[in-house]
Design a protein around this ligand. Sequence first.
Ligand code: KG4
Ligand code: ZN
Length: 337
Amino acid sequence: MLTLGIDSSCDDTSVALVADGRRIVAGLVSSQIEIHRRFGGVVPEMASRKHFEAILPVLSETLAAGKVSLNQIDQIACTAGPGLLGPLLVGLATAKGLSLSLKIPLIPVNHLEAHLAAAFLARGEEPAYPFVGLIVSGGHSNLVLANGPREFTTLGRTADDAPGELFDKIARHLQIGYPGGPAVQKLGETGDPLRYRLPRPLAGRGYGFSFSGLKTAILQTVRAEGEKLSLPDLCASMQAAVAETLCGKAEAAAAETGCKRMVLAGGVAANGVLRRKFEDLAALHGIQLLIPPIALCTDNAAMVAAQGFFSANAVTGDLTRVNASSDWAMGDPLPLA
Ligand code: KG4
Ligand code: ZN
């Protein structure tokens, strides 16, 4: 069973072919990083236009790379939300057109659910439940209990900024690079994580996250230190604060649910400090930890194809009426018109 995956939820136009939800036949990502770099963040209207230009060439190249023709595809899985509305529409309209013309099913996929599926796809395995999942990206910070391909209970989410957003905004302020996460990681490699005392927001207080206060604390540190500021130490201290905060909540969720399987996913899961912190946590508690390799942490369409394949039976309704939705929550029914 060959699934064509499409993702255009943010600033990457990506198409992939996945066999049986477990094996990547081909996958391409056309990045818009260079376009948005000078603005220090994604400009939604520019992103929409670039998706529109890229989507058909990326589709053709992916088919060519996989040596697959359109009529060999069995079904299409496409991100329907959450994400930026204009960018989402480009992918979904393309997927609907292909589905109608090829007369094959279209499976709308929740982008955050897909991030979690990446961890199993990387191992060539079907997702196993239950697990505690943490999705950390530029737009999200969601802690969930997963009980099935479309059965998610949200334990906590951020009340304001996402951790990737924190890295991106601080990096923009300090002018150290774009996107912020990789730049912070690189600079932090030689830094002292204990140098600056930064808060661990909402530690020990439920499953909710809040990163905007941490952002303010970092900016105050920058101001107070002035010329004395050590960028490596600041980046190391910032990563330690984020990693400890995320890890503490995930640890509490595993203890309360008794779940011995955990998935860490999303763009920020590419962070080395965070990965090591979660590895230590898993070793300490005998938890099976799954983190996708870095290429499958950041946005890609292979994870969308995998999630579509395994959730197909759970997705019902008139799929021709599915809308793009900027805030489609995990586990919620389809965003129907
Ligand atoms: O999942 P993703 O590709 O897109 C969204 O759905 O948001 O995540 C992008 C985010 C950006 O904020 C970026 O700074 C962050 O992931 N990121 C990282 C690293 N690589 C990407 N954050 C920390 N460390 C990294 N190595
Ligand atoms: Zn994402």
